[in-house]
Each structure stands twice: as C-alpha cells, then as structure tokens.
Design a protein around this ligand. Structure first.
Ligand code: NIG
Ligand code: FE
Length: 390
C-alpha cells in the first residue's frame, strides 16, 4: 500500500488532545500527517515524519479533519425562492412550506432527484464536507419516502428516515392515521434503507406523544433515534431525545434550563444549525449556554430548500462564532468531532492514527481563518478516504 506524507503544515487540527497541545483540538504546529490507503497512520511534528512514497507540501497552511455534516435534507426537487423573498419582507417561517417541496419532489423523476443530490454533494465537498447525513421527508408516501432513502443510500451510510416531517397532505384531517402509516407500512418499506429515524417535534408538525410513537417504532426496527427539537418554540423534543437516548437533538433554539440540564446529563449531542436561523431571521441558538453547561455541541448545515439552503459548513462556523458565542476553536471542533459524535462515529472527525484519511487543506495558516475570513473559499484541498478529490 502506498503512503503519502503531507508536510509543512503550519497548524494541524487532530481533535485528539493526547497528540497535540493538550487542547480539545489537539493542535500540532509545524506538523505532518502520513496517510496509507484510506487511513491516517501517523501525525506529529514535520521533522519526525517517517519516510513515505509520496510527499505533498502544505506550504505552511492549515490541515484539519473533513467536516462531518450530521444534518441535511438533500433529496428534494424544486426551490422556494419566493418563500424566502416573502420572509425577508417580514413573513414568518412555518413548517407549512415543507408541503411545497413535497409536491415538487413527488412530481420529480428519480433521475432529477439524483442530479440535484449529486450537485449539492459536489458543492458540499468543495467546501470541505467529507461525511454527511441526509434524510427523507419530502415524499410522505410509502413509495416516495422509500425512493428518497434508496437514493440517499447510494451516497452515504448515514441515512435517516423522516416520514414524520409533517403530516402528509392526504392525511390533513387525520394525523393519527398518518402516524400509523409512518410507524407501519412506511416504516416497513423504509427501515431496510436507513440507519436513523427522525421526527419533527414541533407545533404544526408532531407533538410529543406522536413523536415518541414514531421513534419507538423505529427503534423496534433497529433504527436509532434523532430528533428535530425545539426549533420554533419550546416543546418536548429535547427531553424526548434524551429519554430515548437519541444520538442528537437538532436545532435546540428554544431551551429551558431543564432542557439544558437534561442534555448535559446525557449522551445526546445538541446539533446547532445556524443556517436555519440565518434564513428564517430567527433568534440564534445559544451555543455558549450549552457549552458552559457541559453539553456536547455539533454544528451542521441543515441544507434544505426551505429553512437553510446552504451546503457550507464554513459559513455555519462563521455564524456560530459571530452570533452564537462560540470561539473559533469550539466551532471547528463542533463541525468535525462534534458532527462525528452526533452520528456516533469515532472513525471520522479526527486525524489520529487509525482514523479515516478525510482531511482538508486550508488556504490559511490556521483553522481560525474559517471564522476570521467569512465567505472566503478557503478550502484548497480535500482528501476523502485517502484520495485527493479537490
Ligand atoms: O430542519 N424543521 C424541519 N425541517 C427542516 C425544514 C424543512 C423545510 O422548510 O423544508 C429544518 O429546518
Ligand atoms: Fe432539518
């Protein structure tokens, strides 16, 4: 197996405190990384790097783990420019817009959905995303949900069944019957294609009892829970996520002290999605409050055509630093190791021997520039599973 050393790295983020300066980011200055096949086999100071077949000169720039985007909705058709325009003139965001995308997605061919998905994935990759989760939720029939998951599974192992995104239009008068469908026939068709089950627990979507029914049915079929929780208002989502040991409670914008305590005493990650607050002009989630309470925080894009049409993790990092009280170090950790924790993965989100060789070269001397230079395309190179793809 051939080996490559990337050397002359001004700042290396390993996310392994035992490897570097002892901080959570495990920073190593004047560093090198050695890749063999699809794995990292060595990290340390440049001068001590073992001999390898190939050499890449990082040119005094920064290297960090590829971003782990643990929350996206990429299987859809159509766009919602008009809804965004209306919001920017003052109309509030509501879950109802989801049905616009449901209609467009149902009407699309599989080839159209695949093309849109592939385009968004290429866009995300150029901005440094090497692992991503994505969901169904714009089909809301047995066939359309299963189709979305089959498509997603061609591109990632992190596939989430979100039949419980909103009540399907056909069931508007009988939400209980829709929950029966989501936990019955639809689950049967979808479970083989997914790893996770998710529910939008919110006014206008599903209440706490309905959400519990959805998640426990999924769990009984071997799917692990994650929850869209407390996005638009206070509600039972976060507590339910903790109760069911969900890997992640996502959004976490409106939290009580009891919600924060529950998260702090659990292994459920709080995944913050600042693209959604940006695009809905909503109040920011308070990352500082969560971090100070000891909660594990992830940062992801929530890329979807309604509430957050960005595939850019660097943009989310910059927002989190500017508006959510995170330091640049914390935001970079949350977008890499935090995302991995939200997917209960240990092979990605860090650059230590044995980890997957998913890494980014930034056109900057340190990771701090991701927040310091917002909106600038700093990702100069991407390796995925040891292969340079950007
Ligand atoms: O995560 N909150 C629910 N789902 C998406 C929004 C989807 C949409 O508006 O199309 C979200 O923000
Ligand atoms: Fe979402």
């Amino acid at each position: 197996m051939s080996s490559t050393v990337i050397s002359n790295i001004a700042t290396l983020v390993t996310n392994d405190p035992s490897l570097g300066d002892g901080s959570p980011l495990g920073l190593v200055r004047d560093a090198a990384v050695v890749i063999e096949g699809d794995r990292v086999v060595w990290t340390g100071e440049s001068g001590r790097a073992p001999a390898t077949d190939d050499r890449v000169d990082a040119g005094g720039r920064a290297v960090l783990p590829g971003f782990v985007d643990s929350h996206s909705h990429l299987v859809f058709a159509g766009d919602r420019t008009e809804e965004f325009n209306a919001r920017m003139s003052g109309r509030p965001y509501g879950a109802g817009g989801i049905r616009t995308t449901v209609a467009a997605t149902r009407a699309a061919t599989e080839a159209e959905l695949e093309e849109n998905l592939t385009r968004l994935l290429a866009e995300a990759l150029r901005q440094g995303t090497t692992t991503f989760e994505t969901k169904s939720g714009y089909g809301l029939t047995v066939e359309d949900e299963a189709r979305a998951l089959r498509l997603a599974a061609r591109h990632t192992d992190e596939v989430t069944y979100l039949g419980a995104h909103v009540v399907a239009p056909e069931y508007a008068g009988d939400p209980a019957a829709y929950v029966d469908l989501v936990t019955g026939e639809m689950l049967d068709a979808c479970a083989p294609h997914a790893r996770w089950i998710d529910v939008f627990c919110e006014r206008g979507a599903f209440d706490g009892d309905q959400a519990r029914a959805v998640l426990t049915a999924g769990r009984a079929r071997g799917l692990h829970p994650r929850v869209h929780a407390n996005q638009l208002s206070h509600g039972p989502g976060v507590r339910l996520a903790v109760e069911l040991d969900a890997a992640s409670a996502d959004h976490c914008t409106h939290l009580t002290d009891a919600d924060v305590d529950a998260l702090a005493n659990s292994s459920t990650v709080a995944t913050l999605l600042p693209g959604a607050e940006f695009s809905t002009r909503a109040e920011w989630p308070d990352a500082r409050r969560l971090l100070d309470a000891g909660v594990t925080v992830a940062l992801s894009t929530d890329c979807n055509p309604g509430s957050s049409f960005t595939s850019s993790v660097p943009f989310c990092v910059a927002l989190a630093v500017r508006d959510m009280g995170m330091t640049p170090d914390e935001a970079v950790w949350s977008a890499t190791a935090g995302g991995a924790a939200a997917l209960r993965r240990t092979d990605v989100g860090r650059l230590a021997p044995g980890a997957r060789a998913d890494l980014l070269l930034l056109d900057a001397p340190s990771h701090v520039h991701l927040a310091y230079r917002p909106g600038v395309p700093l990702v100069a190179g991407v390796w995925r599973r040891g292969v340079r793809v950007v």
